[in-house]
Write a protein that binds this ligand. Structure first.
Ligand code: DMJ
Length: 451
């Protein structure tokens, strides 16, 4: 008893999660990931059922807008299917079909609703087959369409789901260029080409406004087509624009997207890649002059090894993932950003982001190298150690102090735990080549048929 009282809480968490544990070095199994998923889902069920998310410290529900959009169940559903959690998938499905409605007089952020909700509903339909998922997706897709009614065809950031009123013409490449996987799949499944056309046009319009050296900036006015911020990078606000160029080329066998990706990656490698420290990083430059303006890198940029490996560039992917892992190990868990020249944390926030795990999964898939499962062991153990609460998982206010925040984003279920599970699952458990994951880890089928 004396010894037991001195043991940190994480020891008891360990016993509950995996049975008696030896240490933080415990082997991670797919079942261990599943148990953590169930732990967090149980918390959502008990304290936030029917709402968008659970606040894991206060144990209160959180809704993004006036009415809940069942964001956590929609985002989590396909992970439950992949993990074989049938009972949980059935209860989530019932909740979604009973209570989710988009006929609401409220303004939503088109990017977030597209990647989490539209992506989640489409993959739910493709995995489960229930037509009501597709009906919800189509209804949502139609309500989002007014976002493209700008003079350039690039989307506004917000749209009212009932009235179609749009707002905010200052948008960024990620929010402009991250909808074609979802809108294109919706066109494929409904037979209505409008979704694909509007979304692809937005992507092309954005690409056409690249600078002479092939880069995009951080903020553009979608009415005038003028750049408002010319900082170029691969991080938040631009990241998934590049991801979708490559993924749409593959999913839709689309030659325009292929050309746009090929041109873009050349510019990224020529201007943004930085090996001046001996490691590979991608920093900030001016989109017009190519002059370096910053040496910041963070948890969002860690998506890039996955994209590089999907494009076939495994050596840069592997090198960058090693840099990302160094970032993770600075404080034992990953910060929002560091200065890679000084290797100091510049923003200590950690919101349970998945990107570094996603990249480890892609690299493990393509190389079979156990180094990525070893990284995964650190990701999993550190998440359990620093972010687990009595009822779920919590973000960290600062990785340097490990102080928790009352926040558990739905992408923790959709992405973080899904990629962790897939990293440790036997390769036969999931056929990677059959799908393209959207940026929220919702798998879109690569079949040509309408399902
Ligand atoms: C997710 O919503 C998506 O992965 C998006 O592309 C970036 N941000 C979060 C996860 O960090």
């Amino acid at each position: 008893m004396k010894t037991a009282r001195k043991l940190p809480l994480v020891f008891f968490a360990g016993i509950l999660c995996y049975g008696p544990v030896k240490s933080q070095e415990t082997v991670v199994t797919p079942d261990a990931v599943k148990r953590e998923f169930l732990h967090a889902w149980q918390g959502y069920k008990q304290y936030a059922w029917g709402h968008d998310a659970l606040k894991p410290l206060s144990k209160q529900p959180r809704d993004w807008y006036k009415h809940s959009l069942c964001m956590t169940p929609v985002d989590a559903f396909d992970t439950m299917m992949l993990l074989g959690l049938k009972k949980e998938a059935t209860e989530a499905k019932q909740l979604i079909l009973d209570s989710l409605s988009f006929d609401r007089d409220m303004e939503v952020q088109t990017f977030e609703i597209t990647i989490r909700m539209l992506g989640g509903l489409l993959s739910a339909y493709q995995l489960d087959g229930d037509h009501r998922f597709l009906e919800l997706a189509e209804d949502l897709g139609r309500r989002l369409l007014p976002e493209f009614n700008s003079a350039t065809g690039m989307p506004y950031r917000f749209v009212n789901l009932k009235t179609g009123a749009i707002r905010d013409s200052l948008n960024n490449p990620a929010e402009i260029g991250t909808s074609l996987l979802e809108f294109g799949t919706l066109s494929k499944l409904t037979g209505n080409p409008i979704f694909f056309q509007k979304s692809k046009n937005a992507l092309v319009q954005l690409f056409n406004r690249r600078s002479k050296i092939g880069l995009v900036g951080s903020v553009i006015n979608v009415e005038t087509g003028e750049w408002v911020d010319s900082t170029s990078h691969i991080g938040g606000g631009i990241d998934s624009y590049y991801e979708y160029l490559l993924k749409c080329a593959i999913l839709f066998d689309d030659n325009d997207c292929k050309t746009m990706w090929n041109e873009s990656i050349k510019a990224i490698e020529a201007c943004l890649a930085d090996t001046s420290t001996g490691d590979l990083w991608y920093g900030q430059v001016n989109m017009v002059t190519g002059e370096r303006t910053g040496t910041s890198f963070g948890s969002l940029e860690a998506f890039f090894p996955a994209v590089l490996s999907l494009s076939g560039n495994l050596s840069s992917a592997a090198r960058l993932e090693q840099s990302c892992f160094r970032m993770w190990n600075l404080e034992g868990i990953e910060p929002e950003s560091i200065n890679y020249k000084t290797m100091k944390v510049t923003d200590g926030y950690y919101v349970l982001r998945p990107e570094i795990i996603e990249s480890a999964y892609y690299l493990y898939h393509f190389t079979g190298d156990s180094v990525y499962r070893n990284m995964g062991k650190a990701f999993f153990n550190n998440l359990v150690k620093y972010c687990r609460t009595d009822v779920a998982y919590a973000a960290l206010k600062d990785v340097r102090t490990k102080e928790k925040l009352d926040q558990m984003e739905s992408f923790f279920f959709a992405e973080t735990l899904k990629y962790l599970y897939l990293l440790f699952a036997p390769p036969s458990a999931f056929n990677f080549d059959d799908v393209i994951f959207n940026t929220e880890a919702h798998p879109m089928n690569r079949t040509r048929e309408n399902h």
